[in-house]
Design a protein around this ligand. Structure first.
Ligand code: UFG
Length: 332
């Protein structure tokens, strides 16, 4: 099969995509500085180059293990709240990573690139579900950084013939259905792992951010999409890059409120989720739900785990088996 360079392959979505590539028989080289990712998240079978994307020596060492059929670029800072405290760092680092890696790819003759992009491109959307034709108006420096990454790649296409897929993820959640990988962020800010941790007693009770939104139960609505389905989408867009660049919104197409997520975690775990009610978190839109109709039509992608129960069940299995995340697992 093929050989792929996966930057950020020791991180959450990256490591699940590495598994999907290895499962179908591809060779994988991971470039990751392990600042957020985990050595134990890099599966046996993938080669790890430990280094930063903006370090020319590390990038050179990674490309020396090519040639690659494509680069899948996950390495990025990705916290919306943090990006509003350090906007220049977010924009600077995320853009520097993508330009360094895409530049090196072009030089090495690799002209296919898949970018982890985000629903944060749309800021406070005009319509739900959100399709690709909606206005791009990020409401955070994180979203802006990814928009700039997409725009940089358009120049790589124009000048170097680089074809790229920008996949705008909605809320990635869940864990590898075979229990080989899961979610382990530090700090953890995402709803599903926080709710599971609170129920398991490995984390403090969580706070529901806002109960006065214009939604049926007053809490925010998000489109939770299983991380294995996200990984699958990366594989499915690769053949399109023989012909053209593409941009897709990537979600389940169903929205769940924060309260519904807590209820589902309680039902799957068989115990309550300790929580309190608090004020809104700044910058949170009331509802974000994807239309992935274009991706489905062009690639045949459809989620294997569309039900929130299945997403939570796989996440619950991972967190109960690994209460300390990858700290519990020896490096592969
Ligand atoms: N939430 C709580 N309490 C918490 C944490 C989250 O109530 O302790 C709520 C949030 O307000 C939000 C929902 O749970 O309504 C989901 O929050 P997450 O932090 O899990 O995810 P976000 O929707 O904020 O962020 C996700 C991705 C980002 C992406 C963003 C697009 O993680 O990368 O969607 O807006 F940029």
């Amino acid at each position: 099969m093929g050989r792929y360079l996966v930057t950020g392959g020791a991180g959450y979505v990256g490591s699940h995509t590495v598994l999907a590539l290895l499962d179908r028989g591809d060779e994988v080289v991971v470039l990751d500085d392990l600042s957020k990712g985990h050595r134990g998240a890099v599966p046996t079978g993938a080669k790890l180059v430990a280094g930063r994307c903006d370090d020319p020596k590390a990038v050179e060492a990674a490309f020396a293990l090519g040639p690659f059929d494509a680069v899948l670029h996950f390495a990025a800072l990705s916290l919306v709240g943090e990006s509003m405290r350090e906007p220049m760092r977010y924009i600077g680092e995320n853009l520097a990573n993508v330009t360094a890696v895409a530049g090196a790819a072009a030089k090495a003759g690799c002209r296919k690139f898949v970018l982890s992009s985000t629903a944060a491109l749309f800021g406070f959307p005009e319509r739900i579900p959100i399709d690709e034709d909606q206005r791009l108006e990020p409401a955070s420096a994180y979203g802006e950084s990814k928009l700039l990454c997409e725009r940089a790649l358009a120049w790589a296409e124009r000048v170097h013939g680089m074809r790229f897929a920008a996949l705008r993820y909605f809320n990635a959640a869940g864990a590898d259905p075979d229990g080989r990988a899961g979610e382990d962020h530090d700090p953890e800010t995402h709803l599903v792992p926080l709710a599971i941790g609170a129920a398991l007693g490995t984390r403090a009770p969580l706070t529901v951010f806002g109960t006065d939104y214009d939604t049926p139960d007053g809490t925010c609505i998000r489109d939770y999409v299983h991380v294995a389905d996200l990984a699958d989408a990366h594989l499915r867009v690769l053949p399109l890059l023989d012909h053209r660049s593409v941009r897709y919104n990537l979600g389940n197409g169903t929205g769940y409120s924060v309260r519904q997520v807590l209820e589902t975690v309680a039902a799957i775990g068989g115990r309550p989720v300790p929580h309190g009610l608090g004020p809104r978190r700044e910058g949170d839109p009331a509802a974000l739900v994807a239309s992935s109709a274009r991706l489905r039509a062009d690639t045949g992608w459809s989620p294997r785990f569309p039900a929130l129960e299945d997403i939570v069940r796989t996440a619950w299995a991972w967190h109960s088996a690994h209460p300390k995340g990858y700290a519990d697992r020896p490096a592969a």
